[in-house]
Write a protein that binds this ligand. Structure first.
Ligand SMILES: NC(=O)N[C@@H](CC(=O)O)C(=O)O
Length: 430
């Protein structure tokens, strides 16, 4: 099977490539990039004139919910949502039931993904047993089973000694520790950003400091141990100042930001829509602008959705008791394209670097490049394709999106995974 993507703007930051060209896929590999490439009768030709052709987008932070919470999402539905959203690979968080703290759960996820998944799935192992934050998980066994990183995402590691040991021990395997930075004592049962709006709404706030003190602590521990630290879903300007200082001193730390923290602020909570309840919370406009600038300048390395699907029953409750999370995979790319790329605030090159090259490099996984001979994971985006978000068309079981009804541009047009056409014009083909 061969596929020819004809006449798109091919942007591959890994090779400093930005030109109008054809891309030929043969088997599971990129066969050639060039002008007017020849085809034979077996080649499926897709006209991508006017579109962006990029190395496959990798979402390094998703919740696939399987095993244990299959009413919220499964590996089958989550990977279809990823393909529909323009992603060729996802890394999934271990807060499943049972928690992915054993080789058996890691193996289960990988086998299920291989059998029925539509995109590549890279499991992230739990850092501590049961993600309880008290005793390290069997890290070597998790790595040998295929975990690409360790994290207790959803459950901050409150014990600094445990975090220290995780950063120390993971050095042996050269994998990152992904930290969900939240001091639970400071967060104190809050449900939104602590500020003027939380006061007006009468909702308990989570101060930005709840994130910032943990960012500072984990950076100190990364410096102490020499471990690889990755900061998940940063939300506050203060976190960025600490990150800046750490990077300027050469500490091994990377960070990600989500589309919702780039596109929304705490004002979105004003209608008490529980789909705006997310952890960390949507913060102030000043924080939002700082995140945008940090992404543009590369201080924040990567984009990631933190796709957190929940059922309608879960979310159809009072704001205080609703679970945190946004179903993000199927709106992520057009949101960032519409708000940041189309407005000239983020270049295509930087978008692709942050959502393809960087995640591949941080997790040390295949992809992030269109080099000839490499694996054919490709994302095509149609910058002019405009349509409204409709959660009823989501492949994800999680319809919990605060973007319902929003008109967006720059939808993903084609997703190719290891040479297989898995999505075309929004329709998943498997
Ligand atoms: N990010 C979220 O808002 N939700 C996450 C867990 C979490 O990080 O709280 C989830 O798993 O639902």
């Amino acid at each position: 099977m061969k596929i020819l993507l004809r006449g798109g703007r091919v942007i591959d930051p890994s090779q400093a490539l930005d030109m109008v060209a054809d891309v030929l896929v043969s088997g599971d590999r990129i066969a050639a990039i060039g002008q007017d490439l020849e085809t034979d009768r077996e080649t499926k030709v897709i006209d991508v004139g006017g579109c962006i052709v990029a190395p496959g987008f990798i979402d390094m932070h998703v919740h696939l919910r399987e095993p244990g919470y299959e009413q919220k999402e499964t590996i089958a539905t989550g990977t279809r949502a990823a393909a529909a959203g323009g992603f060729t690979a996802v890394a999934c968080m271990p807060n499943t039931q049972p928690v992915a703290d054993s080789p058996a759960v890691i193996a289960y996820i990988r086998e299920k993904a291989r059998a029925i998944g539509v995109v590549h799935v890279y499991p992230i192992g739990a850092l501590s047993k049961g993600s309880q934050g008290e005793e390290l998980a069997e890290i070597r066994d998790l790595v040998e089973a295929g975990a690409v990183a360790l994290s207790d995402d959803g459950n901050p590691v409150m014990n600094a000694e445990v975090m220290r040991r995780a950063l120390e021990y993971t050095r042996l395997f050269n994998i990152p520790v992904i930290s969900h930075c939240e001091d639970l004592n400071l967060a104190a049962g809050g449900v939104m950003h602590e500020g003027f709006i939380s006061t007006i709404l009468g909702l308990r706030g989570i101060p930005a400091a709840a994130e910032e003190v943990m960012v500072a602590r984990d950076i100190i521990l990364a410096e102490l141990t020499g471990g690889k630290l990755h900061l998940a879903h940063l939300s506050s300007a203060g976190s960025l100042r600490i990150l800046q200082e750490a990077k300027s001193r050469g500490i091994k730390v990377t960070a990600e930001v989500t589309p919702h923290h780039l596109c929304l602020t705490d004002e979105a909570v004003e209608g008490y829509d529980t789909n705006t309840k997310v952890n960390p919370p949507l913060r102030s406009e000043e924080d939002r602008q700082a995140l945008e600038e940090a992404l543009r300048e590369g201080l924040v390395d990567a984009l990631a959705t933190d796709h957190a699907p929940h059922t309608e029953e879960d979310k159809d409750v009072e704001y205080d008791v609703a679970p945190f999370g946004i179903s993000g995979l199927e709106t992520a790319i057009p949101l960032v394209v519409t708000r940041l790329v189309e407005t000239g605030r983020l270049s295509w090159e930087r978008l692709i670097e942050a959502w393809s090259c960087q995640p591949a490099s941080i997790l040390n996984i295949p992809g992030g490049t269109l080099k000839e001979g490499g694996i054919a994971d490709i994302t095509v985006i149609a910058p002019d394709w405009e349509k409204e978000v409709d959660v009823n068309t989501f492949y994800s079981l999680g319809k919990n999106s605060p973007f319902q009804g929003l008109k967006l541009k720059g939808w993903p047009l084609v997703t190719i995974v290891a040479g297989r056409l898995v999505m075309e014009k929004g329709q998943v083909l498997l």
